[in-house]
Design a protein around this ligand. Structure first.
Ligand code: UDX
Length: 471
């Protein structure tokens, strides 16, 4: 008789990674697979405080934790990412090894009716989790939370270096960022230097080297799982496939397998009543995800542009949204500056929003976003136009796809000026063409996730693949 499948799911411990891997875990549990979702202790404590309901999402889904090695008051923000990675390597690897060793050995784990762990799905940013699992005899798959197009760009970096397309020639002024890039397959017609991950602009960037190594490492995993849909990224997926042992495109998971909130911050539901009081498609929703930071000067540009555009706006300003070293000259808080410029009725500010509910609210007319991949997928399925101000990593290429391929929004890349904010927001709010493209894209993606669609079929194939590995 086939052993019951039990998957250990291990996300990189940041919000954007937890969210989509939690949707994935929920989908697996719904398909009859046992799942242990492994948080860090720090995040599990935060979740228990913020969203206790996530603990009882499904009887087949349980939450365990390992330490990340950082003190509890460490900010774990964008400036601390390398520290987090180093600390995970030093502390979490050993804890993970002994936990997995115990959970995968039948004698320990059958206790309580939960079968032994038979398979690991680890965030591809944690290559060590894949290697350790395989060393222990547990088959491991890599899950990347970013877009297929960004994965392909990282995968292509070695060839770009070999052909001399990277590093960019040192040049004054604009640095030739509008030059076309030819070495990322399938994107020859529209990809420019400025659309590559921003680390490509710095010679010998350590973060770029790490991300490329981690991307190439996914070849070792039994398969690569991507939270994307064929409609959005068919060409990129086709170019990735020959490099991997198998590829599953199973998204957008947010819609296929909704979960109770996995938010590390407390969601401010009060903004929903404020949205209820606004006219249809009249509001600009502004959020830069969980990591991006802005300076006080950039905040002033966004604010002036939004006020000049004239629409009411809902702005997510996390407690850590401002660049740490950036000084505000007149000592007002960002919140006070926004209220003073826009007035209480026109602007609503929250520290964290129930984003998926906001995006599907009838009052939202466009989304000013950093083009993080979760945010991109969440707005695509709602058919709402985007204005993109990409921050780092995959955002640069995601925003190029929005502006130049899918046509569901505009890309402000590399510019943060009030006039540009005003113009792009107005256009996204008023353009019939962008609205039509956004709605058509949403319809296509909904076909991918419906029964018989490509993502739904791939998800079923993945469940079969995991069961097969578990025998
Ligand atoms: C990052 C990367 O940007 C992303 O591309 C990668 O694959 C995962 O990690 P982040 O920068 O935080 O994540 O952006 P995004 O991918 O958009 O994820 C943010 C998540 O937080 C979304 O699921 C969004 O719905 C949620 N969110 C954001 C809220 O629930 N409330 C908010 O107020 C803001």
């Amino acid at each position: 008789m086939a052993a019951a499948a039990h998957v250990l799911v291990l996300p990189w411990p940041l919000q954007g990674h937890i969210n989509c891997m939690l949707h994935f875990a929920t989908g697996l549990a719904g398909a009859g697979v046992h799942v242990t979702f492994l948080h860090t202790e720090h995040n599990l404590r935060r979740l228990a405080r913020r969203a206790p309901s996530s603990a009882d999402a499904s009887p087949r889904l349980r939450f365990l934790s390992i330490p990340d090695g950082l003190p509890d008051d460490h900010p774990r923000s964008v400036d601390g990412l390398l520290e987090l990675a180093a600390s995970m390597l030093a502390t979490a690897t050993g804890e993970y090894r002994s936990l997995l060793s115990s959970l995968s050995s039948a004698s320990d784990a059958v206790v309580g009716g939960v079968p032994p762990v038979t398979c690991v799905v680890a965030d591809g940013l944690m290559a060590w989790a894949i290697d350790i699992a395989e060393e222990l005899g547990v088959p491991a798959l890599a899950f990347r939370t970013a877009s297929a197009c960004s994965f392909l760009a990282y995968l292509s970096v070695p060839e770009l270096l070999e052909s001399g397309e990277l590093p960019f020639p040192a040049s004054g002024g604009g640095g030739g960022l509008d030059e076309q890039v030819r070495g990322v397959p399938g994107m020859e017609g529209f990809l420019r230097r400025r659309d590559l991950p921003i680390q490509c602009r710095r010679r010998g960037d350590a973060m770029l080297r790490t991300l490329v190594d981690l991307t190439v490492h996914s070849r070792k995993a039994r398969a690569l799982i991507l939270n994307t849909a064929a409609t959005l990224e068919h060409a990129a997926l086709a170019h990735i496939a020959p490099h991997m042992r198998d590829v599953f495109a199973i998204g957008p998971l947010q819609v296929m397998h909704p979960t109770p909130s996995g938010s590390l911050w407390r969601e401010d539901d009060g903004c929903m009543a404020w949205l209820d009081a606004q006219a249809d498609r009249s509001v600009v929703y502004v959020s830069l995800g969980s990591l991006a930071v802005i300076s006080h000067e950039q905040l002033a540009e966004f604010l002036s542009g939004l006020v000049a555009a004239g629409y009411p706006f809902l702005w997510v300003l996390r407690p850590d949204s401002m660049v740490a070293a950036s000084q505000n000259q007149d000592n007002t808080t960002p919140q006070a500056a926004i209220r003073a410029a826009a007035g209480n009725n026109k602007a609503r500010i929250v520290a964290w929003a129930p984003q998926r509910d906001v995006l599907r609210h009838r009052a939202v007319g466009c989304f000013l976003t950093h083009a993080g991949w979760n945010s991109t997928l969440e707005v695509v399925v709602e058919g709402v136009p985007m204005v993109c101000w990409p921050f780092f990593a995959d955002h640069q290429i995601n925003s190029r796809f929005v502006g130049a391929v899918w046509g569901n929004g505009l890309d402000m890349k590399d510019v943060c000026e009030r006039d540009v904010v005003e113009r792009t927001v107005r256009e996204a709010m008023e353009s019939d063409e962008i609205r039509r493209s956004a709605e058509a894209l949403a319809q296509q993606v909904k076909r991918d996730i419906a029964a018989g669609g490509s993502s739904a079929t791939e998800f079923q194939r993945l469940v079969g693949f995991i069961r097969e590995l578990s025998t």
